[in-house]
Structure formats: C-alpha cells, structure tokens
Design a protein around this ligand. Structure first.
Ligand code: PLP
Length: 403
C-alpha cells in the first residue's frame, strides 16, 4: 500500500477516485481543492472551526464503555458516541466544515443531497448558523420514510427540492444536485454528505470527519492504555467509517472492519458495494459500485436510508484491495435485532445504520463464541447516529419480524 502522503495525489486512491464530471465543474473543483488546502493550514479558519465543533456541535463526543453489551459478547466494547453530536449524527462535522469553507470562498448559496435526511438536516443547520441560503435535494421515497427530518429542514429555513426520478432515493437526489451545481456553480457550493464524489470531495470529507477517529484513539488510549484490537464502523458512502479508521491506518495491529448493508441478503436486494460490487463510475468517481454486466448502476436496498446507496467512497475500495480494511455485510433483519438489543442493554436507541456495526459484533460473537471471548484486546465501534429518525421504520419492521 502507498504511504499516507501519496494516497491523496491527484485525488486518486490507487486506481480509484478521480474526477468523472462535465467540463464546466472542473474550475469549481479546482477552486475547492485550493480553498481547502489553504483553509486547512490557516490558524484562523482552524480556530473558528474548532470553536464551532466544541460549542455548537458538542465535541469531543464521549467514548462510552458499553458494559452490558460487552458482558453479552464476552469482550470489552467501547462506543464512540456520534449520536450525541448536535442533530444526532456525525454528518454535522462535515456540514459545518464545508459551510464555513463556502463562506471563505464567497459562495452564499449551498445545495445538498440527502438520503436519510440526516445530511440535509446537518446542512440546513450549518446554513442557518452561518446565514447561508440552502436548497436540499431529496428523493420522494426518502421524504416519505424520513418525514420528521423533512419538517426539521423546513423549520431550519431550507428549501426542499423533491426528486421523483428512478427509485426516488439518494442516488437520484445526488444526480439532481449535480445538475443544479452545473447551472449555478459560480454562486453555489455543493456540500456532498459522504466521502464520495469527484476529487477533492472524498479527501475533504475524510479530513472533516477524521476528528471522530482522532478523538477516539486518544480516548481509547486514556481508558485502556493500549489501542483497540478492532475498530468497527458501518459503511454507506463511507464517511463515518473513514473518519474513524483514518487515525488507526498506520497502527498495523488494529483491525479495521467496515459493515455494509446486506439488505435481504447478498442473493437479494442489498447495498453492499464493497462486498458485492465491481469497479465502476458513479457520481464523479471511480469506485466499487453495484452494477450489472453492462455497467448499468443497480438500485441499492437497505432498511436504513443512510446505507441505501449503490456506491462507496473510493478510499474504501483501495483499503479493501490492499487488505488494510475488511468489509462485511449484515442483513436488515440482523440490524433490526441489534437495534433492539442496544436499546435494551444500554439505554441507547441507535440509528439503523450503526445498528449494522453492532449486528456484526453480535453475529461474529455467535459464530465463534470461544474465539471472540478469548481474543485479546477490546473493540471500538463508531455509533454514528441516534435512532429517533428511524422509529417509524424500525417499529413497522420489528412488527413484521415478530409476526
Ligand atoms: C448517513 C449516515 C450513515 C452513512 O453515511 P456514511 O457516509 O457511510 O457515514 C451512517 N450513520 C448515520 C447515523 C447516518 O446518518
């Protein structure tokens, strides 16, 4: 594997990443690359961002030792509590950072796409905070599944742009946002919600989310005196996972495990673009995608709107190929059981996305009860968000599960 310094060269991660975009967007992407490179090293920008992360977002988020879950699993388990960040998920880290960057670039109009609604809420929140105009593209199927988040965005002053194409979920919302950006690129910054898209977005979003892993690594060392044996995170576009993994990449003894949406199982509909995908271009970057033999992008499926995406960030495709991280899929049903288990064992209603990471732990402990209990060390899981947004979906599905 290439050294950390080499990986970001020209926005490529091994063969993945790059820019597969209309010519008209290239100057804006160049401007964004330069603006971020300058802002990142500017003490004034850094100071303002750190202040907002502390006082507005509520960072650092705690690292919580989940005693009862750990007892069940026969291991020590720590949860990185991104569910306690303002607006209830890690996405606010990226939204506040990019909104601040938009101000620095003199762009007063912000657009965003959203799937679960969490990114839309985060962006609407950041725009209200900084006084920016905000338009959020959202598939109408997601608007139905995530109605409370639609109301939140409107209350925060954002304009909702419903997208009726295709499966009416995240993939179509991204395409609509890209079309808007092409038309309005001079006045508008596009805040992409995950570590996907054309360069420099995957690296920019990772840089803004790495605060999760930087904090967690320090907190874990303070609590245990050693690094975790395994670091586990769910993977949709991959931003909470890369943000958590990044601090540990050079720690060769730490296993990195990304958990994708196995949906109905890998023979049925799912969202496992790393476990069951192939190389392809989606939304401006080459990565591992769900596609048919002709290269047509397939519809993804997951019970969790945030994992319902047929692509993934290019850096994860490279981490998979190099073997530095391992990716596995967990079904809707297993994620639901984990959702209920964490609520009852720890008093935490997780979002359905990180329920996949918890489910992977439960599954692997069941598969090898002896091995899991006797394996050295402890585990660190990114609890990327809270479950309030998923209550209706989860209750309906749990009813089906119990019938
Ligand atoms: C959006 C979301 C995800 C998936 O996005 P990533 O970019 O893969 O992190 C995961 N968890 C929560 C709570 C989300 O809202």
């Amino acid at each position: 594997m290439a050294a950390v310094g080499e990986r970001a060269v020209e926005g490529r991660f091994g063969p993945y990443g790059g820019r597969y975009v209309p010519e008209v967007l290239v100057p804006a992407l160049d401007q964004l690359s330069v603006a971020w490179a300058e802002a990142r090293d500017d003490p004034e920008f850094r100071g303002r961002l750190d202040e907002l992360l502390r006082d507005f977002v509520g960072r650092p988020t705690p690292l919580y030792r989940a005693e009862r879950l750990g007892h069940l699993l026969g291991r020590r388990i720590y949860l990185k509590r991104e569910d306690l960040a303002h607006t209830g998920a890690h996405k606010i880290n990226n939204a506040v950072g990019q909104a601040l960057l938009a101000c620095r670039m003199g762009k007063r109009r912000v657009i965003a796409e959203t799937g679960a609604g969490q990114h839309g809420v985060a962006v609407a929140t950041a725009c209200a905070l900084l006084g920016l105009e905000c338009v959020v593209y959202m598939g109408v199927e997601d608007m139905r599944r995530q109605a409370p988040n639609v109301e939140r965005m409107r209350l925060l002053g954002a304009a909702l742009a419903p997208v009726e194409a295709g499966a009416q979920t995240l993939k179509e919302a991204v395409s609509a946002a890209i079309r808007d950006w092409v038309t309005n690129v001079r006045t508008t910054h596009y805040i992409i919600g995950s570590a996907v898209g054309p360069a420099p977005y995957p690296a920019l979003v990772r840089d803004l989310q790495r605060v999760i892993g930087d904090e967690a690594r320090e907190q874990a060392l303070a609590a245990e005196g050693t690094l975790p044996a395994r670091v586990i995170a769910c993977v949709g576009g991959g931003s909470n996972a890369i943000g958590t993994f990044y601090a540990f990449i050079e720690d060769r003894g730490v296993e990195l495990i990304g958990v994708e949406a196995g949906g109905e199982g890998l023979d049925g509909r799912h969202g496992a673009s790393l476990v069951a995908g192939r190389p392809g271009v989606l939304h401006g970057a080459l990565s591992s995608v769900l596609a048919d033999d002709q290269g047509q992008i397939l519809e993804a499926h997951s019970i969790s709107a945030g994992l319902d995406y047929p692509g993934v960030g290019p850096e994860h495709a490279q981490l998979r190929d190099s073997g530095r991280a391992r990716y596995e899929a967990v079904t809707d049903a297993d994620a639901l059981r984990a959702f209920r288990e964490l609520a009852r064992l720890e008093g935490i209603l997780p979002a359905l996305e990180p329920s996949h990471a918890i489910a992977w732990l439960l599954n692997s402990a069941e598969a090898s009860a002896q091995a899991a209990a006797s394996a050295e060390g402890y585990d660190l899981v990114c609890l990327s968000g809270r479950g309030d947004k998923d209550l209706a979906e989860a209750l309906a599905a749990l009813g089906d599960l119990d019938d």
